[in-house]
Ligand binder design. Structure first.
Ligand SMILES: O=C(O)CCC(=O)C(=O)O
Ligand SMILES: [Fe+2]
Length: 432
């Protein structure tokens, strides 16, 4: 078996493929807007469901109920409510009450929960202190996320689905609410993304910027008073290893619900009408097929190693979040090789320390097993002979530890991986 960098014999086929990989559009974020229906007396449960594709989905006004802290009078109701959008003075008063009952929002830095208004200026409610009528499933948001960020592949062995778990209610208030650049702390190795819902409350500024490999997407949800537009809910979802930030809110209150997104076991194809992607229809599949037909190892067999385009959360050997949580182009590479009948594996990328680098030239090698320690030392065995990887055309550091997370949980971290595709030795008699 040979590794790609040292022993492959047809570099031009591989160079072509390298360029194609670097040009893949990376779908790392998606979003949308849902108009809010005028409130009627008919509750959502009583309204007939609409299956018409022409009729855009609408949300009912959103009601939030929360626990009031610090009550002196025991007879006072310990629960308050706010319905959005705001239509009357009582709603303004309820919003002020909600803001008063929130706590300062912390973030994770160096494994500690930190409150630092120069990095994050926001308020929060934990999910045990509030509930809301908002439902990202019935509005189709979770389905949309599954199609864009965690697509299912036809005949794949990894039937995966998306679960959105409510994480926080946040308020970023003008004139200076913001959250500087960070990545979201993975709550488990199965977490792959984050969802932000912006509720219809007047505010200016507070754009969410999400970045991945030099690309940036901005979600601008500023909502001005008396704008005359139908009030709406805005949403954005992104891979939580992507760096993101909330710009300064210059006025008003930016009220959000955040959800953590997990890959869970799906049920496969229930109706024959599934939205599954056929890997053989992907442009990447044909490029891989072509590369294999040119045989970069000249019949000797060998292993092609790919640096994954995204970072993945894992912490120990028992939990195996891969390949179930593979994202974007990484999932496409994996499924294309599988569809071509090629044996594929996933392995961690390991950064060698200075002593080891004196003996082994490359800075990174492919590790044999997952096992990132909480103290951030990598305890892995190395694959012999796998020391060079086909990069996805970018030069960012492959093992990513960002000092600023949205929470201080240190038992799961992001790290880089490689996909290893084993091309078999060609049987010389078979082609005669
Ligand atoms: O409110 C947003 O748009 C993003 C918030 C965020 O990044 C977080 O809570 O971790
Ligand atoms: Fe975040």
């Amino acid at each position: 078996m040979s590794s790609l960098g040292s022993q492959a014999e047809s570099p031009s086929v591989l160079d072509d493929f390298r360029i194609l990989l670097s040009e893949q559009k990376h779908m790392y974020a998606c979003g949308g807007r849902i108009p809010i229906a005028e409130s009627t007396n008919e509750s959502e449960a009583e309204a007939p469901p609409s299956l018409s594709a022409e009729q855009p989905r609408q949300s009912d006004p959103v009601t939030i109920r929360w626990d009031v802290s610090g009550l002196l009078n025991v007879d006072e109701s310990p629960c308050r409510r706010l319905t959005l959008p705001i239509t009357k003075q009582a709603d303004h008063d309820a919003l002020s009450g909600l803001i008063k009952d929130c706590q300062p929002a912390t973030f994770g830095s160096g494994g500690q929960d930190v409150y630092d208004e120069t990095y994050r200026k926001a308020l929060k409610l934990n999910p045990d202190a509030f509930c809301s009528t908002f439902d990202p499933y019935s509005l189709g948001i979770v389905d949309s996320i599954a199609q864009i960020l965690l697509p299912s592949f036809l005949d794949s062995t990894t039937h995966r689905a998306v679960e959105a778990r409510l994480y926080k209610l946040n308020v970023y208030s003008g004139p200076s609410g913001m959250f500087k650049t960070h990545v979201d702390t993975p709550r488990s190795p199965m977490q792959f993304g984050s969802l932000v819902i912006c509720l219809p409350v007047e505010h200016q500024g507070g754009q969410l910027k999400v970045r991945h490999k030099g690309e940036e997407t901005t979600f601008d949800w500023s909502m001005l008073a008396n704008q005359g537009k139908t009030p709406h809910i805005e949403w954005a979802a992104f891979y939580s290893d992507c760096e993101h930030e909330v710009m300064e809110v210059s006025g008003g209150n930016r009220l959000t619900l955040t959800y953590n997104l997990f890959a869970v076991r799906g049920v496969g194809h229930l109706t024959g009408n599934s939205l599954a992607i056929d890997p053989t229809r992907l442009p990447l599949y044909h490029a891989i097929e072509k590369m294999i037909s040119h045989d970069p190892f000249s019949g000797q067999g060998g292993t092609l190693d790919f640096w994954c385009s995204h970072a993945y959360a894992y912490n120990h050997e028992k939990e195996t979040p891969l390949p179930e949580t593979l994202k974007g182009v990484d999932a496409a590479v994996w499924e294309s090789f599988k569809a071509l009948g090629i044996d594929v594996k996933i392995a961690p990328m390991v950064k060698l320390d200075d002593d080891e680098m004196l003996l082994a030239a490359p800075e990174y090698v492919v590790g044999k097993k997952f096992g990132v320690m909480v103290d951030r030392f990598l305890r892995v065995n190395r694959f012999e002979g796998y020391n060079d990887c086909l990069q996805n055309g970018h030069s960012e550091l492959q093992i990513v530890y960002t000092a600023y997370d949205n929470d201080a949980v240190a038992d799961t971290m992001y790290s880089r991986c490689a996909i290893l595709a084993n091309l078999p030795v060609k049987d010389s008699t078979a082609s005669r």
